[in-house]
Write a new protein. Structure first.
Length: 379
């Protein structure tokens, strides 16, 4: 059988390049296709040297040609790695920093209901247990839940003088400093604000607060990708972002968009990794059994596909939900599998922050414009 180059290219358009979100042809990874009868040679150029990415690309090319073009085709794949040209460091412009705060980590999710606030709270108390100075900014204006998870929903921040100015003093519990719009509203009061009002409230909690010295500020972002996310990234030099997802496809599809938002050229916030929540269920009476209710290792495979670190998995455990409702994060339960799981992923996240700070310049600030979307700007 004589193979046609056009058929090969059409088949290769169904393969997504890891970390780029584009197909092989569209991304320019396919440099050449040569056919001789039933033989085909595909030349690929990839931007990552990771062995598993190269191997996967080779397997995907062979598989798709056999499945979509000719099952007996003799396929050879030549792969060359060309690292992307590094941008000069002075192109990375640090945004308006908060004195005393070393690292700012945005915790995001593509969709609601994946346990982002629960993960944020447990990472925060785990960091505090490790000896770090930690703060949490609850940026979920319309659904603040961090005060409940820290058992401080009835607290109200006090005003303190700092450098002659009145500032909010964050509420503190379990060694974590917390600010949330939930402190300024009644429990049954809905926050019905337009974007500019929400952004103004966030800026006040960020810059008009006496955070003091912090090793880590965790920002619990709202679900999705929208105005609040852009406002935060416009205001702060985010060290990096962590994306939380559950294993099922409907959550992973949105998590992929969350990663893509941070990786846009105009935003360019490093993604520290992906966390898989509700990874599996283990009954108390059967501690050695794992039931993959929402699918198996979906977030782990997504991390591999996007070429970002996989930070760890959290099981679906009743005590995690109960602990959150009771206002005492489950990571505080000593000598339990839950504590161990949160410690492991928190250590991985800290290591990725160290790697990021060693290898990358400060994150750029972004300017939000009505017509042109996002663009880089000096602060």
């Amino acid at each position: 059988m004589k193979l046609e180059k056009s058929d090969i290219l059409k088949a290769l358009e169904t393969i997504t390049v890891a970390g780029e979100g584009k197909n092989m042809v569209e991304s320019g990874a396919v440099k050449n296709v040569i056919t001789f009868g039933d033989e085909v040679i595909v030349d690929l150029v990839l931007t990552t040297p990771a062995l598993h990415i190269r191997k996967r690309a080779e397997v995907d090319v062979m598989k798709v040609i056999h499945e979509k073009v000719y099952e007996k085709a003799k396929v050879k794949v030549n792969i060359k790695v060309e690292a992307p040209t590094a941008q000069p460091q002075n192109n990375e412009i640090k945004g308006k920093s908060i004195p005393g705060i070393t690292n700012i980590i945005a915790v995001a999710s593509g969709k609601g209901g994946v346990g982002k606030s629960t993960v944020t709270s447990n990472i925060a108390v785990t960091l505090a247990k490790m000896g770090f100075k930690v703060g949490v900014l609850d940026a979920d204006i319309y659904g603040p839940s961090v005060p409940i998870m820290f058992d401080v929903e009835r607290e109200r921040p006090l005003s303190v003088k700092e450098d002659g100015k009145s500032k909010m003093k964050p509420i503190e519990n379990y060694g974590v400093k917390i600010l949330s719009i939930g402190f300024f509203t009644q429990p049954n009061q809905a926050v019905v604000w337009r974007g500019p009002m929400a952004a103004k409230a966030l800026n006040q909690m960020i810059f008009d607060a006496a955070w003091g010295e912090l090793d880590f500020m965790l920002i619990d972002l709202p679900p999705g990708t929208g105005d609040i996310h852009l406002s935060i990234m416009q205001s702060l030099p985010i060290t990096g972002a962590v994306v939380v997802s559950t294993p099922q496809n409907v959550a992973l599809a949105d998590a992929r968009k969350g990663v893509a938002m941070f990786q846009q050229d105009s935003i360019n916030v490093p993604v520290l990794g992906i966390i898989e929540n509700m990874a599996y269920f283990t009954p108390e009476e059967l501690p050695n059994n794992k039931y993959y209710i929402f699918g198996k290792e979906g977030a782990k495979y997504l991390a591999e596909d996007l070429d970002v670190p996989f930070l760890g998995e959290i099981p679906l455990v009743q005590s995690i939900r109960e602990a959150g409702d009771a206002g005492r994060p489950a990571a505080l339960q000593t000598a339990t599998p839950t504590e161990k799981a949160f410690e492991e992923l928190t250590k991985n996240a800290v290591q990725e922050v160290v790697n990021r700070n060693d290898n990358l310049p400060p994150t750029e600030a972004i300017k939000i414009t009505t017509m042109a979307g996002c663009s880089a700007v000096k602060k």
